[in-house]
Design a protein around this ligand. Structure first.
Ligand code: NAD
Length: 329
């Protein structure tokens, strides 16, 4: 099999992408780019790959099949459009972009260029999310009510808090929780939220925490506690689901659920308790994307799909700002 030639742009979490790519026999890491010369030199040395000081230089110099875009969200649109114009398939880190119109432009650019665009909503690849997805089509049945606590530790980067870039914790990070619910339950119709800047006064008016109610198109409901309230040392995540056929929950350290518990209504005393190995999902996510590049199949998280998760996080902040319920199309 001919090896796919891959580039990586942005070497924060991009370094984690490189670790996965470096272990794949059917991949050649053709080059990396970062505007930070220290990170660039460090990753170039560690992975033995050609460094480029700009994304443009990488995309012009190398004949790439695909690229991982791992820069902050404000640059996702222009980098995706540039790659698409050159016929390069794109794996773009979450959140897809700061605005829904940016997301739409990215999806359209990749469609018209005939390249695959996958957004790295990695939680869809988590083994417990995948198990719940399967069970919700089987013995657990549809999810009717979900409760989520998803509160990360402190994040110092300015871009993370900038409304025109990361959009703060309710967008940059909570998009993982929102996307998980959309994947498991379906499209969101109504968003109601209260929130505020309760723990990071220097970041006002960007809300750092939110209490959110969602109603889905199928009538299911969810309540979410989101934001940056924890210290990393004790930050955790908790997901609870009441379904037609029973209840399930999973939880663990933040971004690393390892515990699973479920019971069916037909056998309420037979409670299943299980622990799994921690899985950061990058191997399965990147493996899936590259398989789609080879086969031409649609990836599990298309641009048209992922834009819906950005739309919900934007609506949460709009509801906080206006005090109104927001209806999504
Ligand atoms: N899926 C996950 O679990 C996960 C985890 C962390 C970050 N992320 C996402 O990855 C993206 C980056 O986050 P991060 O934590 O790595 O940020 P970061 O600030 O640590 O790193 C970003 C890097 O991109 C470089 N960069 C910025 N603009 C660039 C450009 N135009 N061209 C080339 N290089 C550029 C910066 O110099 C920096 O080294 C964000 O969208 C974030 O949400 C996802």
């Amino acid at each position: 099999m001919e090896r796919l030639r891959i580039g990586v742009i942005g070497l924060g979490i991009g370094r984690r992408h490189l670790q996965t790519l470096a272990r794949m026999d059917d991949v050649e890491i053709a080059g990396i780019a970062d505007t930070d010369p220290v990170r660039l030199a460090s990753c170039s040395g560690e992975f033995g790959v050609r460094p480029y000081a700009t994304a443009e230089a990488l995309l012009s110099a190398e004949r790439l099949d695909a690229v991982s875009i791992c820069t902050p969200p404000a640059s996702h649109r222009s980098l995706t459009e540039d790659a698409a114009r050159r016929g390069i398939h794109v794996l773009c880190e979450k959140p897809m972009a700061p605005t829904v119109s940016d997301c739409d432009a990215m999806a359209a650019a990749c469609r018209s260029a005939g390249v695959r665009l996958m957004v790295a909503q990695k939680k869809r690849f988590h083994p417990l999310v995948a198990r719940l997805k399967e069970l919700s089509h089987g013995e657990l049945g549809p999810i009717r009510w979900a409760l989520v606590k998803y509160a990360l530790g402190r994040v110092p980067m300015d871009w993370f808090w900038d409304e025109r870039d990361g959009g703060g914790p309710i967008q940059e990070n909570s998009v993982h929780a929102v996307d998980t619910l959309r994947y498991l339950i379906g499209e969101v119709r109504t968003v109601m939220a209260v929130g505020g800047t309760l723990f990071n006064a220097d970041r006002a008016p960007q809300p750092d925490v939110a209490a959110v109610s969602l109603q889905f198109a199928n009538g299911s409901i969810a309540a979410l506690g989101l934001g940056q309230a924890s210290e990393w040392a004790f930050a955790d995540e908790r997901f609870f689901f009441a379904c037609d056929g029973g209840e399930a929950r999973f939880w663990g350290r933040f971004d690393a659920s390892t515990e699973w518990r479920m019971a069916l209504r037909s056998a309420p005393d037979k409670i299943v308790n299980e622990s799994i190995e921690a899985d950061d999902c990058f191997d399965s996510e990147i493996g899936h994307f590259l398989a789609c590049v080879r086969s031409g199949d649609e990836p599990l998280v298309t641009g048209e799909d992922a834009r819906g998760s950005v739309a919900v996080t934007v609506a949460i902040k709009e509801s906080i700002r206006t005090g109104q319920a927001i209806q999504l199309a």
